[in-house]
Ligand binder design. Sequence first.
Ligand code: PMP
Length: 450
Amino acid sequence: MKREHVIKPVLDHHYPTIQYGKGIYLYDEQGKAYIDGCSGAVTAGLGHGVQEIIDAMMEQANKVSFVYRSQFTSKPAEQLAEKLSDLAPGNDYWTFFVNSGSEATETAMKIAIQHWQEKGRWGKNKVISRRMSYHGITLGALSMSGHVLRRRRFIPLLEDFPVVMPPYCYRCPLGKTVGNCQLACADDLATAIKRIGAEHIAAFIAEPIIGAAGGAIVPPAGYYKKIKAICEQHDILFIADEVMTGIARTGAMFGMQHDEVEPDLMALGKGMSAGYTPMAATLVKDHVMEPILNGTKSIMSGHTYSANPQSAAVSLAVLTYIEKHQLVSAAANKGSYLMNGLSQLADGIEMIGDVRGKGLLLAIEFVADRTDKRPFPPGLGVTSRIIENAFQKGLLVYPAAGAIDGEGDAIIIAPPLIISEEEMDQLVRILAESIQEVMAEITPSTSEEI
Ligand code: PMP
């Protein structure tokens, strides 16, 4: 095995080499086309090879590609920070640029802790998250993630942060039914705060729609309003992890806008530069920055590549492109079309338990039995079989960790926001074949094993 192959996630697996991408398609060296049905990792929202973005990157490269952020700022970074604040709810966010979603959430955690320290409240340094959540892979971000599989090996190194029940209505962890629950999962946050003591808690972090740790799980109406009120009541900052939901993906610029809630901090990544360069950010409300501006006057974090002018120029061009082509409303409309197509699939395929999501962040959960929602046994590898089968047929979809503490099967479907109706039809057709073939393969063994 060649040494450079260690970059591959599974070392003995064959990965085709991608030659180029155009629109929703990626092409490998043999000329095989793949529909990018999940925008890579829910990232390449504008599709591949968009000339305006490439031009913006080249134009900035011809001026300057790198300045050290401790000594200089740059026009693209200044304009991008202003643009993000204009777009964000309440229009009063500061921007702290980083390079990945994990850095964005971890920085949000650090800024939340620093905020309380500047106010003299040094004990407030825990972050509460939810049992089904993913906020990143670094040790800080993983400490506040409920993603069982990604945490498992590193538990001795992680902070012992509390987790609360997720708003997972398909299988309510509190045994409630939709419309008749009084949002008991939100009350679980209040219970945890009382148990731990608000004097120890800096923040609560949540994804507006749960992504990798369950698959496009949309909370019930009113959930986030209640969460925000509980946070305010107990002097706890609310961090929205918009790494997957942000930048038009769900049919709003930010996922939290669906719920008309203004988070104290927001973490952005992925779609911010649509996969053209690494770029991510932590957005911080004025009132969170205030004690820091009156105190230390500096955020105790930072990375060499933060606010990189070239990435900032790309990100600005991405936001301009989204506005010019009205991709926020496109995500909402196309999302309804695709949701309709996937729901029709569910009518004919028994193993589809749930089709859910918002805008172009959709998911399918698979079950061994629709009536009791029983999951497939973990050893069957249903998710990976479906993903692999679709891959062979030229369709890329994204795995979600099983919703039940890592068990269970779900895939995310989140194509570029520029996808056409014909392309969505093609996506649904290939996905149907891929699922049906896997269902035919596993049905006999499933009934034996259960
Ligand atoms: N938060 C969320 C909600 C994510 O989906 C991800 C990535 N899947 C991250 C954080 C981490 O982002 P990155 O992989 O860029 O570090």
